[in-house]
Design a protein. Structure first.
Length: 216
């Protein structure tokens, strides 16, 4: 998969290295050459100096064959513009932009730009770490009351079936990790103490399932 990343700060550089390692074709753009140099000689991708939304720089980075474009600079305006150029000018199938200022969220929605709200994501993670220790959140959707979580089955609930855990259609188990093995369970599958369960859950159901979980 060819992926173009705009922004080589902490997020962009980490993302570029992680995507390039499994063999994706990664190009990364930044206006600061020193940021690109910091990736080091082991970086398995191409680097390009320039502005995130510059058409010529994007072409140099291979935007015309890109399947994914990600804008994670430290400027919301630059991220929005870059994602729009990638989507509307080069018709990249998937675009994603970083959003730091919640006040600009409506502008992203108006232009139909997919985004990750960084400040909200961090806030949710910190809040849940304080309030709901039994749940570790992977993803909270911007709208609605459904969240993707991971949770660990307690000793007292050893033998609980998936069907018994799935409360009133408010929770659906997606996968279970047991030791080094990960599998998709059947509804009649018995869960074991220490199992890590990944599920979609409605916010109102948390109190009903906490009794089956350990605090982490």
């Amino acid at each position: 998969m060819h992926i173009v990343i705009a922004g080589c700060g902490r997020v962009g550089s980490d993302l570029a290295n992680r995507l390039a390692t499994p063999g994706h074709d990664v190009s990364i753009i930044d206006s600061n050459a020193h940021e690109l140099e910091a990736l080091g000689s082991t970086f398995n991708g191409s680097t390009h100096v320039g502005v995130a939304y510059d058409v010529d720089v994007l072409r140099e980075a291979g935007i015309e064959k890109a399947e994914v474009f990600v804008a994670v600079t430290d400027s919301d305006n630059a991220n929005l513009m870059a994602a729009e150029v990638a989507k509307e000018v080069f018709h990249v199938p998937r675009t994603l932009a970083r959003l730091d200022d919640p006040a600009r969220e409506q502008a992203y929605r108006t232009l139909d730009v997919d985004y990750v709200a960084a400040s909200r994501l961090v806030t949710n993670l910190v809040f849940e770490s304080i309030v709901d220790q039994e749940f570790k959140f992977h993803l909270t959707f911007a709208e609605g009351d459904i969240e993707i979580v991971e949770m660990t089955i307690s000793e007292d609930s050893n033998g609980l079936t998936v069907e018994e855990l799935e409360v009133d259609a408010g929770l659906r188990v997606a996968a279970v990790r047991r030791g080094r093995k990960t599998f998709i369970p059947a509804t009649e599958s018995a869960l074991e103490a220490g199992d890590l369960v990944v599920a979609a859950i409605k916010s109102g159901v948390r109190s009903k399932v906490k009794k089956h979980l350990t605090e982490e």
